[in-house]
Design a protein around this ligand. Structure first.
Ligand SMILES: [Zn+2]
Length: 169
């Protein structure tokens, strides 16, 4: 993006901005944060500024088994017990045999015993209650990063509340 001039690199300390040619002149301060080729070594950008601001990208989390385990935090949504992944299964709240879809809104994690108890019935018939309503999570790429993957220099540019939210993941 910087090379195509769609973005400028921002120095997190001085807030000075650089285009690609200017950035080549900046000596890399940290060897572990540099990009090397046989002929050049440039500092890896930590913060960039988009030349044209559209919106913060907010990609919806794809519906996958792994993401469902993350959303439900390896917890049976009926009895609330946290279980290792091989003791949990994906349960269709409205059974597939009754037209229930395989979707964020109709799938939850259930432990083996709760899944067996529910069987091919709906919640009312099985006398079961969900801990919380299953919803499609809204995860941004930023929220998907673990705290250890975030750079210290980003702290100036992200609101405190968002950092707190992000640390829950
Ligand atoms: Zn359970």
């Amino acid at each position: 993006m910087v090379f195509r001039d769609s973005a400028r690199i921002v120095c997190p300390e001085s807030l000075a901005t650089y285009d690609f040619e200017q950035w080549l002149e900046v000596p890399p301060a940290r060897p572990d944060l540099s990009i090397r080729s046989p002929s050049i070594c440039i500092a890896a950008p930590e913060v960039i500024l988009l030349q044209q601001y559209d919106r913060v990208p907010c990609h919806e989390a794809p519906f996958t088994r792994r993401n469902l385990f993350l959303r439900d935090d390896f917890t049976c949504q009926y009895c609330g017990r946290k279980r290792p992944s091989d003791h949990l299964s994906v349960d269709h709240v409205v059974p597939r045999s009754r037209g229930g879809t395989t979707s964020w809104e109709n799938c939850v994690l259930a432990c083996v015993s709760c899944n067996a108890r529910k069987a091919d019935r709906n919640l009312k018939e099985a006398g079961l209650h969900l801990l919380r309503q299953p919803i499609r999570p809204r995860w941004t790429p930023y929220l998907n990063l673990r705290p250890s993957q975030r750079m210290d220099s980003w702290a100036r540019f992200t609101p405190e509340s968002r950092r707190k939210t992000a640390s829950n993941f």
